[in-house]
Design a protein around this ligand. Structure first.
Ligand code: GAR
Length: 197
Protein backbone atom coordinates (compact mmCIF):
# COMPACT_ATOMS: atom_id res chain seq x y z
CA UNK A 1 0.00 0.00 0.00
CA UNK A 2 1.69 3.18 -1.22
CA UNK A 3 0.79 6.23 0.85
CA UNK A 4 0.69 9.82 -0.36
CA UNK A 5 0.41 12.54 2.28
CA UNK A 6 -1.19 15.98 2.13
CA UNK A 7 -0.18 18.31 4.95
CA UNK A 8 -0.23 22.05 5.61
CA UNK A 9 1.71 22.69 8.82
CA UNK A 10 3.51 20.61 11.45
CA UNK A 11 3.31 17.13 9.92
CA UNK A 12 3.58 15.11 13.13
CA UNK A 13 0.89 12.64 12.04
CA UNK A 14 2.73 12.08 8.77
CA UNK A 15 5.97 11.58 10.68
CA UNK A 16 4.36 9.00 12.97
CA UNK A 17 3.01 7.04 10.01
CA UNK A 18 6.33 7.15 8.14
CA UNK A 19 8.19 6.07 11.28
CA UNK A 20 5.82 3.12 11.71
CA UNK A 21 6.41 2.09 8.08
CA UNK A 22 10.18 2.32 8.50
CA UNK A 23 10.02 0.31 11.74
CA UNK A 24 7.97 -2.44 10.09
CA UNK A 25 4.99 -1.74 12.34
CA UNK A 26 2.83 -0.68 9.38
CA UNK A 27 2.78 -2.61 6.10
CA UNK A 28 2.84 0.43 3.82
CA UNK A 29 5.28 2.59 1.83
CA UNK A 30 5.30 6.37 2.24
CA UNK A 31 5.95 7.68 -1.28
CA UNK A 32 5.27 11.42 -1.44
CA UNK A 33 4.18 14.48 0.53
CA UNK A 34 2.28 17.26 -1.19
CA UNK A 35 2.26 20.41 0.91
CA UNK A 36 0.42 23.66 0.15
CA UNK A 37 2.57 25.72 2.53
CA UNK A 38 6.16 26.48 1.54
CA UNK A 39 7.19 27.13 5.15
CA UNK A 40 5.49 24.11 6.71
CA UNK A 41 7.46 22.06 9.21
CA UNK A 42 6.06 19.00 7.41
CA UNK A 43 8.49 19.63 4.52
CA UNK A 44 11.55 19.33 6.74
CA UNK A 45 10.13 16.26 8.47
CA UNK A 46 9.55 14.57 5.10
CA UNK A 47 13.07 15.39 3.99
CA UNK A 48 14.53 14.05 7.25
CA UNK A 49 12.63 10.79 6.75
CA UNK A 50 13.60 10.45 3.08
CA UNK A 51 10.12 11.12 1.69
CA UNK A 52 9.87 13.14 -1.53
CA UNK A 53 8.12 16.45 -0.84
CA UNK A 54 6.45 18.77 -3.33
CA UNK A 55 4.93 22.23 -2.77
CA UNK A 56 1.75 22.86 -4.74
CA UNK A 57 -0.51 25.82 -4.06
CA UNK A 58 -2.22 28.83 -5.60
CA UNK A 59 1.19 30.45 -6.16
CA UNK A 60 2.54 27.51 -8.18
CA UNK A 61 -0.85 26.91 -9.90
CA UNK A 62 -3.19 29.97 -9.83
CA UNK A 63 -5.92 28.07 -11.70
CA UNK A 64 -7.67 25.65 -9.25
CA UNK A 65 -8.29 23.12 -12.03
CA UNK A 66 -4.61 23.09 -12.93
CA UNK A 67 -3.72 22.70 -9.27
CA UNK A 68 -6.10 19.76 -8.96
CA UNK A 69 -4.59 18.15 -12.10
CA UNK A 70 -1.02 18.74 -10.90
CA UNK A 71 -1.81 17.09 -7.55
CA UNK A 72 -3.37 14.11 -9.29
CA UNK A 73 -0.43 13.75 -11.65
CA UNK A 74 2.06 13.64 -8.78
CA UNK A 75 -0.01 11.19 -6.72
CA UNK A 76 -0.41 8.86 -9.70
CA UNK A 77 3.21 9.20 -10.83
CA UNK A 78 4.31 8.04 -7.38
CA UNK A 79 1.86 5.15 -7.48
CA UNK A 80 -0.16 6.25 -4.46
CA UNK A 81 -2.88 3.79 -3.47
CA UNK A 82 -4.19 5.72 -0.48
CA UNK A 83 -3.95 9.41 0.37
CA UNK A 84 -3.60 10.48 3.99
CA UNK A 85 -4.65 14.01 4.96
CA UNK A 86 -2.37 14.78 7.87
CA UNK A 87 -3.43 18.25 8.93
CA UNK A 88 -4.35 19.48 5.45
CA UNK A 89 -6.22 22.79 5.38
CA UNK A 90 -7.53 22.83 1.81
CA UNK A 91 -10.44 21.14 0.12
CA UNK A 92 -9.54 18.34 -2.28
CA UNK A 93 -10.26 19.09 -5.96
CA UNK A 94 -12.80 17.10 -7.99
CA UNK A 95 -10.22 15.28 -10.12
CA UNK A 96 -8.28 13.93 -7.14
CA UNK A 97 -11.55 13.10 -5.37
CA UNK A 98 -12.86 11.15 -8.36
CA UNK A 99 -9.60 9.29 -9.01
CA UNK A 100 -9.21 8.38 -5.33
CA UNK A 101 -12.87 7.94 -4.36
CA UNK A 102 -13.06 6.30 -0.92
CA UNK A 103 -9.26 6.08 -0.78
CA UNK A 104 -8.60 9.46 0.87
CA UNK A 105 -8.39 9.41 4.66
CA UNK A 106 -8.49 12.32 7.07
CA UNK A 107 -7.68 12.49 10.75
CA UNK A 108 -9.60 14.99 12.85
CA UNK A 109 -9.01 15.81 16.53
CA UNK A 110 -12.58 15.46 17.82
CA UNK A 111 -15.45 13.00 17.85
CA UNK A 112 -17.08 14.00 14.56
CA UNK A 113 -19.69 15.16 13.75
CA UNK A 114 -18.96 17.27 16.82
CA UNK A 115 -16.58 20.17 16.26
CA UNK A 116 -15.88 19.70 12.56
CA UNK A 117 -16.35 21.74 9.41
CA UNK A 118 -14.78 24.79 7.82
CA UNK A 119 -12.26 26.56 10.06
CA UNK A 120 -12.28 23.70 12.59
CA UNK A 121 -8.61 22.89 12.56
CA UNK A 122 -6.05 22.24 15.26
CA UNK A 123 -6.46 24.55 18.27
CA UNK A 124 -9.87 25.83 17.16
CA UNK A 125 -11.27 22.32 17.63
CA UNK A 126 -9.96 21.98 21.20
CA UNK A 127 -11.17 25.50 22.07
CA UNK A 128 -14.66 24.50 20.91
CA UNK A 129 -14.55 21.32 23.01
CA UNK A 130 -13.61 23.29 26.15
CA UNK A 131 -16.17 26.03 25.44
CA UNK A 132 -18.89 23.41 25.02
CA UNK A 133 -17.96 21.89 28.39
CA UNK A 134 -17.56 18.40 26.87
CA UNK A 135 -16.19 15.76 29.24
CA UNK A 136 -15.00 13.54 26.42
CA UNK A 137 -13.37 14.34 23.12
CA UNK A 138 -11.34 12.16 20.80
CA UNK A 139 -9.98 11.26 17.42
CA UNK A 140 -11.84 10.48 14.21
CA UNK A 141 -10.45 8.85 11.08
CA UNK A 142 -12.82 9.18 8.16
CA UNK A 143 -13.05 9.01 4.38
CA UNK A 144 -12.90 12.36 2.60
CA UNK A 145 -15.53 13.82 0.32
CA UNK A 146 -16.06 17.32 -1.08
CA UNK A 147 -17.03 18.79 2.32
CA UNK A 148 -14.78 19.51 5.28
CA UNK A 149 -14.71 16.73 7.90
CA UNK A 150 -17.57 14.76 6.36
CA UNK A 151 -17.49 11.30 4.77
CA UNK A 152 -17.82 7.83 6.24
CA UNK A 153 -16.31 7.46 9.69
CA UNK A 154 -13.82 4.58 9.77
CA UNK A 155 -12.73 4.70 13.39
CA UNK A 156 -13.11 6.82 16.51
CA UNK A 157 -11.30 6.80 19.81
CA UNK A 158 -12.22 8.70 22.96
CA UNK A 159 -9.90 10.96 24.92
CA UNK A 160 -10.94 12.36 28.33
CA UNK A 161 -11.24 16.09 28.96
CA UNK A 162 -9.79 16.74 32.42
CA UNK A 163 -10.90 19.47 34.85
CA UNK A 164 -8.75 22.56 34.36
CA UNK A 165 -7.59 21.49 30.88
CA UNK A 166 -6.08 24.21 28.74
CA UNK A 167 -6.20 24.11 24.95
CA UNK A 168 -2.52 23.14 24.92
CA UNK A 169 -2.95 20.34 27.45
CA UNK A 170 -5.96 18.93 25.64
CA UNK A 171 -4.32 19.27 22.21
CA UNK A 172 -1.24 17.37 23.42
CA UNK A 173 -3.34 14.55 24.93
CA UNK A 174 -5.38 14.19 21.74
CA UNK A 175 -2.33 14.40 19.45
CA UNK A 176 -0.62 11.56 21.31
CA UNK A 177 -3.69 9.43 20.60
CA UNK A 178 -3.87 10.57 16.98
CA UNK A 179 -0.47 9.19 16.06
CA UNK A 180 -1.13 5.69 17.33
CA UNK A 181 -4.72 5.75 16.15
CA UNK A 182 -3.86 6.74 12.59
CA UNK A 183 -1.14 4.09 12.35
CA UNK A 184 -3.51 1.46 13.75
CA UNK A 185 -6.31 2.38 11.35
CA UNK A 186 -3.96 2.32 8.36
CA UNK A 187 -2.69 -1.09 9.43
CA UNK A 188 -6.27 -2.40 9.55
CA UNK A 189 -6.72 -1.08 5.99
CA UNK A 190 -3.39 -2.57 4.84
CA UNK A 191 -4.21 -6.05 6.13
CA UNK A 192 -7.81 -5.97 4.86
CA UNK A 193 -9.60 -5.90 8.22
CA UNK A 194 -11.02 -2.49 7.32
CA UNK A 195 -12.34 -2.20 3.75
CA UNK A 196 -12.13 1.05 1.84
CA UNK A 197 -12.18 1.96 -1.85
C1 GAR B 1 -3.96 17.26 13.93
O1 GAR B 1 -4.41 17.47 15.24
C2 GAR B 1 -5.11 16.85 13.03
O2 GAR B 1 -6.03 16.01 13.64
C3 GAR B 1 -5.70 18.18 12.71
O3 GAR B 1 -4.62 19.03 12.51
C4 GAR B 1 -3.53 18.59 13.31
C5 GAR B 1 -2.33 18.41 12.44
O4 GAR B 1 -1.21 18.08 13.21
N1 GAR B 1 -6.57 18.13 11.57
C6 GAR B 1 -7.72 18.80 11.51
O5 GAR B 1 -8.09 19.55 12.39
C7 GAR B 1 -8.52 18.57 10.23
N2 GAR B 1 -9.75 19.29 10.27
P1 GAR B 1 0.09 17.55 12.49
O6 GAR B 1 0.38 18.50 11.32
O7 GAR B 1 1.16 17.62 13.52
O8 GAR B 1 -0.17 16.14 12.01
Amino acid sequence: MNLGFLASHRGSNMQAVVAACRAGALAANPVVLICNNRSAEALARAEAQGVTAVVLNAATHPDPDMLDSAMLEILQRHGCDVIVLAGFMKKIGPRVLAAYADRIINIHPSLLPKHGGRGMYGRAVHEAVLTAGDHVTGVTVHLVNAEYDEGRILAQGEVPVRPGDTVDALAARVLAQEHAFLVGTLQRIADGRLKIG
